[in-house]
Design a protein around this ligand. Structure first.
Ligand SMILES: Cc1ncc(COP(=O)(O)O)c(C=O)c1O
Length: 392
């Protein structure tokens, strides 16, 4: 990457954290199979065990009350747990209701498109016009469903932080759902680490899923915590690794990178980053006057700014930003890169700009110098856009 360019797409993926970079540079390659009984294998096992201890510690969890296992990423976690619940219900002759929201990540919303046995159904959680959850209405609807079918099992997905808008939906607000028997909360914690002050507080929930590449660890690995007393039917079975929770040879290098990245993240002053994010949002609002606007979620992640331009689709504006060395993203790009209408902007009633949405997501740490560098880089792009877009 050009040293002069600015990477502002942390919600898509994060560069490696400093400790992970230094560790990889040190050349320590943990190559041996941790199941092997020779000394190299034992070394890999030791690395995994030490990393597990660190990960438990980072989130204040204990091995006694919580299980931890590694998988490829959060996408795998959602299908893994949905499968586990469905299998439990099939074996115990019970019906399963899977709750999700329209604005969940496709890893969750796509569960609905899969083939499940006939006793699995879905419930779309109601949301307000600003995309916050209608918790009271959802609670009474689910209470009614449970009353009509006392043996109903409920798997409730809760998106903690939305990856495009940065909207935070506090865990405290879903605590009430635990009053319903047989309801289990699966928290999508993917965007949380390092982006809200309470990211390490997993006191609400039954399952919490993470993707390592979102917070400075290696790609292709993620992890979940789940309450130790929760039933579990593995999706991936085979050699019985990870106590049978997820078979397949473990990835010590990836696991250690998680522990290191978490330690780096613990040092981050989230409120300070949030402050700089707010200053940047204010600056951008000025620059966007007459040519666009930005979303202002009530509670937002410390690093995310979602904005739109009035008359320019995001595929074109992204290229302009990129030419200036600013890497951001269009929340709604399809795999071919063409702009398609953003579900978020459409749901927010902004259909006329639905193809024009852009997301800027900062790194975990900010200071005055970084803020000024971003402003200096952004200014000529906004100047150009002021000339290109007709004023409203
Ligand atoms: C909120 C959220 N959930 C789930 C995922 C899926 O994560 P992964 O692609 O790492 O499996 C993402 C990825 O962007 C996300 O932002």
């Amino acid at each position: 990457m050009d040293t002069d360019s600015l990477y502002l797409d942390y919600n898509a993926t994060s560069p490696l954290s400093l400790s992970v970079t230094n560790w990889l540079k040190s050349g320590e390659v943990v190559f041996a199979n941790p199941a092997s009984q020779h000394s190299a294998g034992k070394h890999s096992r030791k690395i995994i065990n030490e990393s597990r201890t660190q990960i438990f510690k980072s989130f204040g969890k204990s091995e006694k009350s919580t299980k931890l296992f590694f998988h490829s990423g959060a996408t795998e976690a959602f299908i893994t747990y949905a499968n586990s619940f469905s299998e439990y219900c099939r074996q115990h002759n019970r019906r399963l209701l899977i709750c999700y929201a329209k604005t969940d990540h496709p890893a969750v919303t796509s569960l609905k498109e899969r083939y499940w046995h006939e006793d699995v159904s879905f419930f779309e959680l109601m949301q307000n016009s600003d995309l916050t959850y209608q918790h009271e209405k959802n609670f009474s609807e689910l209470t009614e469903k449970k009353k009509n079918d006392p043996s109903l099992m409920i798997l409730y997905h809760h998106l903690w932080i939305h990856n495009e808008t940065g909207l935070v939906s506090p865990l405290e607000d879903v605590k009430r759902f635990k009053a319903l028997p047989d309801l289990y909360l699966h928290i999508d914690a993917v965007q949380a680490p390092g982006k809200i002050p309470e990211w390490r507080d997993l006191s609400v929930g039954d399952i919490w899923s993470f993707s390592a590449h979102k917070f400075g660890a290696l790609k292709g690995i993620g992890f979940s915590f789940m309450s130790a007393d929760l039933f579990f039917y593995p999706l991936i079975a085979g050699g019985g690794q990870q106590q049978g929770l997820r078979s397949g040879t473990e990835n010590p290098q990836g696991i250690k990178s998680i522990a290191l990245a978490l330690l780096d993240l613990e040092k981050v002053d989230v409120l300070k980053t949030q402050d700089y994010r707010n200053k940047l949002a204010q600056y951008m609002e000025e620059e966007l006057k007459g040519i666009g606007g930005l979303l202002k979620p009530q509670q937002h992640a410390s690093n995310t700014i979602y904005f739109y331009l009035n008359d320019l689709t995001s595929d074109i504006s992204l290229a302009l930003f990129d030419l200036q060395g600013i890497m951001i993203s269009a929340g709604s790009a399809c795999s071919s890169g063409a702009a398609r209408p953003s579900l978020i902007l459409t749901l927010l009633g902004k259909e006329s700009v639905a193809r024009n949405g852009l997301r800027l997501s900062l790194g975990f740490s900010m200071d005055e110098e970084k803020l000024n560098k971003i402003k200096v880089k952004l200014h000529p792009v906004f100047n150009r856009l002021q000339g290109l877009i007709s004023k409203k």
